[in-house]
Design a protein around this ligand. Sequence first.
Ligand code: PLP
Length: 508
Amino acid sequence: MSLPGATVQAPSTGAGRDHLFTAGSLERYRRVLADGIGRVADRVATVDRPCTGVTPQHLAPRVRGIDLDRPLGDTGAALDELHDVYLRDAVFFHHPRYLAHLNCPVVIPALLGEAVLSAVNSSMDTWDQSAGATLIERRLIDWTADRIGLGPAADGVFTSGGTQSNLQALLLAREEAWARAGARPSRPELLSRLRLITSAAGHFSVQKAAKLLGLDADAVLTVGTDTDRRMRADELAREIDRCRRDGLRVMAVVATAGTTDFGTIDPLPRIADICAAAGVWLHVDAAYGCGLLVSPTRRHLLDGIERADSVTVDYHKSFFQPVSSSAVLVRDRRVLRHVTWHADYLNPARAVEQHIPNQVDKSIQTTRRFDALKLWLTLRVMGPDAVGALFDEVIDRAADAWRLLTGDPRFEVVTRSPLCTVVFRWRPAGVAPHLVDDANLYAREALAASGAALVAGTRVDGAHHLKLTLLNPETTVADLAHVLDLIAGHAGGYVRSRTAGDLSCPVG
Ligand SMILES: *Cc1c(COP(=O)(O)O)cnc(C)c1O
């Protein structure tokens, strides 16, 4: 008997089955993965620039031209094609002249973890989808909370990144504000009165989180920074007072331990004092600065972080881990109940009574990768001191870059970061300000187009600046000096072409 409208097709045998990872396909598994690893190694062996400067216009037709409904059937052919659309022109963070964003080279134990976790494919929501993986993640959360000093009631969960960690922390803060709202305003009324305070150098994910949390468009208040681009604690205290006078409720203060643009650390002890006195939730966004937790020499730069109510850490920023690897930690594990929902099919309340551990009760995700395994193998193979020593090295290198720049009359530096960021601009004497601005913009683009090095750009007080984020211990002072010469060359060439009356851009 066939159902009306159903087409009867012969079941496909063999072809698809051969590709399933099972006990029967282990030869293929070994061969295919070794082949893929070989291709990556071959490519990395020949990388002589952080990028090729490929443009979307060049690459898009190649990607578009591939017929996804016609498989190549063969791993080798698929890898050849992948070389063409991806591996050849990828941006390589392991290259010593990749100096742009918060992307680190990754450690090999973590790559091993990545291979293991995706093959076993545990899902972190429940014990019956993960078993030991749940316990391993919990140990790493406890280990991180210990390093921070959050105390015996701390807990947390791995997340996809700092953006999600910040969102979850602020969601918990919002629900705590609701739980503590004394005279019970209506929920919309409370939402409209909630405010978040961060500094002008805080991360934009705080703004996004506010939007997702249903807060007012003007709910995020930014207080000014001092000359070192650290949050001004006196202004914070005044802003909290002003909110109170205006009948607004400060739901959380977000302090940043490692600002994305300047690598500076807000004055955590003073901010913690102010939050404690005002009874305000303190969230510390240490997405970048968390590497200091394992630094053999600089842990003290995070002093005060132990007083936070919640903390964001991004192991994929400063623990040399592959994307994604991040966590949100809380001082009081009870606040995680705000993201708990019991589903009969998954995590019934009964499981709690039976003391079966699960992570879905603490997470805003359901199915979730076992990213913790990468950090686990990193710690078990290398240990925390070795990771921290790598971070120390790049901080030393940033100090070298700062010295090079401050001693060079062609350049001007904004501030000295305690981490590994250097923000500066090309600004030799005697060049008109509007030309300086354009020349810095141009130099960054020309450098990227050449592929010789990648640096980032940002605006500081309205002016175009360049930014080095030094996360690669293999970057040498000679690399830095070379890149500065290239930048000065591009910028100078641009100014010469403009002042010679030739308004077209010189070819990079
Ligand atoms: C990178 C960063 C984030 C966002 O983290 P993702 O992992 O990119 O989502 C948040 N805050 C700070 C300070 C950051 O540097």
